[in-house]
Design a binder for this molecule. Structure first.
Ligand SMILES: [Fe+2]
Ligand SMILES: [Fe+2]
Length: 305
């Protein structure tokens, strides 16, 4: 039986590219932000630096993997919506909800009014909790791993009740369908809020049924999985019997970084032959995100375009 998580092919992250270097040779570039947490944890300087990074990077798409708010409050969502508006002027944006964006108290274990759990998110952030974004060279599929406290999210730790994430087999089958409909050669990127691999410091998995999830995600055909939630950056190559993918957890842009680490974001760069995911850490001395070691993996299926 294969190891659940294996890191291979790590390489030193590249320095920042000039704009002229981008989008050459059929490259597709995706910026991955997460856990902005408008509300008390929000750090305006980190978000402003991320916006500068986005504007300078010639990205084809921007992904935000949830927890845009701290308590799913109207004012927090309104501020997050303004950020999304600014980012959408730079590149198409895909966002999925995090557990902090889900007002689970309206319907614990389904008792109550489940439609209210994501009413605020739907109103201010996106009506669609599981969007698909197609950009040249990539099909990006979002899934909602934050359904609130439901029977299939229950864990034995009471403090995890509203924290742990979950995906159903039906959701993953739907992701498979969406990837199957992607143009040949597209980079297939899955976005979920909860980290699909354990954090280095937390040693915690974001999702219930975590071993099954790795197999089920591999079976969707995803080549890259972008997540957040753990508040520490992680990038590993996951190899399972049914397939392999790069799992990247972006850190938070808020003041809730695990272990007092710097805020971080990540970049995905792909062409017909390889895909690279590189975390970038915030340097408070000059307000710039800088690349650290990432992971590069050869792509198995050549592009046709
Ligand atoms: Fe978070
Ligand atoms: Fe979270």
């Amino acid at each position: 039986m294969s190891e659940p998580v294996t890191t291979v092919g790590g390489q030193t992250g590249e320095p920042a590219r000039s704009e002229a270097d981008n989008n050459r040779g059929g490259q597709t570039r995706i910026l991955h932000l997460s856990d902005v947490h408008y509300g008390r944890p929000h750090v305006a300087a980190h978000v402003a630096a991320a916006e500068r990074f986005a504007a300078d990077g010639a990205f084809d798409a921007i992904v935000i993997s949830g927890d845009v708010s701290q308590r799913a409050r109207r004012r927090e969502f309104e501020q997050a919506a303004k950020l999304l508006g600014r980012l959408r002027k730079i590149a198409p944006v895909l966002v999925v909800p995090g557990n902090h964006d889900s007002a689970w108290w309206f319907a614990p274990v389904g008792l109550g009014v489940p439609s209210l759990i994501h009413a605020g998110y739907r109103k201010w952030i996106d009506k669609n909790l599981e969007p698909t974004l197609n950009v040249p060279g990539a099909t990006i599929v979002g899934l909602n791993s934050s359904p609130g406290i439901r029977l299939h999210t229950l864990t034995r730790r009471p403090r995890d009740l509203s924290v742990k994430g979950a995906l159903t087999d039906a959701q993953l089958a739907d992701a498979w369908k969406r990837f199957a409909a992607a143009p040949a050669g597209d980079l297939r990127v899955l976005v979920v809020h909860h980290n699909v691999v354990p954090g280095e410091l937390s040693q915690r998995w974001g999702l219930t049924r975590h071993e099954h999830m790795l197999d089920a995600i591999a079976a969707t055909g995803a080549e890259v999985v972008l997540s957040g939630h753990d508040h520490q950056e992680t990038v590993v190559h996951v190899q399972r019997e049914g397939g392999s993918f790069i799992a990247s957890t972006a850190g938070t842009l808020s003041n809730r970084s695990r272990g007092a680490r710097a805020s971080s974001l990540a970049t995905v760069t792909a062409d017909a032959t390889s895909v690279e995911v590189t975390p970038h850490m915030y340097d408070a001395t000059d307000g710039v995100f800088r690349a650290v070691q990432g992971v590069t993996v050869a792509r198995g299926r050549p592009r046709t375009a």
